[in-house]
Design a protein around this ligand. Structure first.
Ligand code: UD1
Length: 420
């Protein structure tokens, strides 16, 4: 397995361009299953998760072509297989999102259940309850969900929790259902609004996406379209922290402040200078951050996907910070690894108490999940000496050309390829 080596202590300065959002691109790729026409997606990031999604789509019978480094054309006019196997779904949980579109267009689907993952149990009960309310018969057998419906019908569905994935699966399914679906307590993430834009461009009738109530008037068929994926707010937030943590000055071109308000508010509270412009966001800082208290929440609250990176920043704060994780039950795996660099973090249940230290020092550490891995890279960039992060395949799932982009900002960072 590859390792990333960081020689820390260099202030990062300059400009970097944000990539397309992984979490928006995945459901958009799967939405191509809803029509036999060609769909073209632009600003698609080159990531392991995107390659996994395309592999799954190809197995189902979807043809795709990369038209450039960032644009992909997909055509689902010869879907011959209605199953997502365990080996793909366990590699990437978002594969579960093929269930809604396959069921809505072809009347049945068989999709492996994802199982738990490092950060929590992550069940799919809300997806399944919602699909049943849309008229599907759903059975779980031998680790697979088997769902069937001649034609789905509209329903009033109230989600117990505003799950991002359940909202996406149900929106895609309801787009081709007969009648009106009202989705209450829907997730409000920008990725949901992006999916609704694509669906509407394909001829769907979705309103309210981005608010808690999404209304979908089902239509009999959808058609092809072109769409550009929104910028990755998590990647943008990560680079802004990289600038702040190394007492540098980083401008993230293309990032959208309106998607990052709760995060930017906490960054400012920590004393970081943040400037939002029409072209992107700049963060610069030269002192020790101030401690802050935060709790992760569904959007528009502080994103769980930036909690680990924020924790890395706060390890160097002047004071004691409290971070509460409310979305996933086990998302502090990075705390022990950050402690290897000298951070003082005590975890009590779903709260982490971070007592700021004056400096971190490099050490070998191990990545445990996607956002945890990048928090270790951030800490390594700010630490004195050398940090080696192993198991970086997690990073490759979600950060496009990370070392190249950080090097562009002046970081001393490199990858040691595994001999295998
Ligand atoms: C998506 C994001 C992920 C992000 C998360 C929360 C993608 C590909 N991934 O994941 O990066 O961290 O949103 O912002 O977009 N839950 C249930 N039952 C369900 C579904 C979810 O109990 O049927 C629980 C989960 O266990 C978890 C919480 O709800 O504790 C949030 O999950 P959800 O919003 O569904 O996250 P994902 O869509 O998996």
């Amino acid at each position: 397995m590859d390792k990333i080596v960081v020689w820390g202590g260099v202030p990062l300065r300059g400009e970097v361009t944000v990539s397309g959002s992984k979490n928006a691109a995945l459901p958009l790729l799967f939405a191509s299953l809803l029509t036999a026409d060609e769909c073209r997606l632009g600003r698609v990031p080159q990531l392991a998760d995107i390659r996994t999604a395309l592999r799954l789509l190809r197995d189902l019978g979807v043809q795709y072509d990369w038209l450039s480094d960032t644009e992909v054309a997909l055509k689902a006019d010869a879907v011959h297989h209605l199953e997502a196997p365990y080996d793909l779904v366990k590699t990437m949980r978002a594969s579960f999102l093929v269930l809604g579109p396959l069921l809505a267009r072809f009347g049945r689907a068989r999709v492996s259940t994802p199982g738990g993952c490092a950060i929590g149990a992550r069940p799919v009960n809300l997806h399944l309850d919602g699909l049943q309310q849309l008229g599907a018969s759903v059975r779980v057998q031998q680790g697979y969900v088997e769902a069937e419906a001649k034609r789905l019908h509209g329903a009033h569905i109230s989600l117990e929790f505003p799950s991002v994935g359940a909202t996406e699966n149900l929106m895609m399914a309801a787009a081709l259902a007969e009648g009106t679906t009202v989705l209450n307590n829907a997730a409000r993430e920008p990725e949901i609004a992006d999916l609704a834009l694509l669906l509407n461009d394909m001829g769907a009738q979705v309103s309210g996406a981005g608010s808690s109530t999404v209304i979908i008037e089902g239509v009999p068929t959808l058609h092809g379209t072109e769409h550009t994926v929104i910028p990755d707010r998590v990647e943008a937030g990560t680079f802004l922290i990289a600038g702040a943590m190394t007492s540098g000055d980083v401008f993230v071109r293309g990032s959208r402040g309106d998607h990052l308000q709760a995060f930017l508010a906490k960054l400012r509270e920590a004393g970081v200078n943040v400037e939002e412009t029409a072209d992107g966001i700049r963060a610069h800082y030269s002192q020790r951050p101030t401690s802050v208290t935060l709790s992760t929440e569904p959007y528009p609250g502080f994103p769980t996907d930036l909690q680990a990176q924020m924790m890395a920043l706060l390890t160097l704060s002047d004071g004691q910070s409290m971070l509460t994780e409310t979305i996933f039950e086990n998302r502090f795996l990075h705390a022990q690894e950050l402690a290897r660099l000298g951070a003082d973090i005590r975890v009590h249940g779903n709260t982490a108490e971070v007592r700021g230290v004056a400096f971190l020092s490099g050490a070998p550490v191990m990545a445990t999940d996607l956002r945890a891995s990048v928090s270790l890279i951030l800490a390594g960039l700010a630490a004195q000496g050398v940090t080696e992060v192993s198991r970086v395949y997690h990073l490759d799932r979600g950060y496009e050309r990370l070392e190249e982009k950080l090097s562009q900002l002046g970081a001393n960072i490199g990858r040691v390829k595994s001999e295998k």
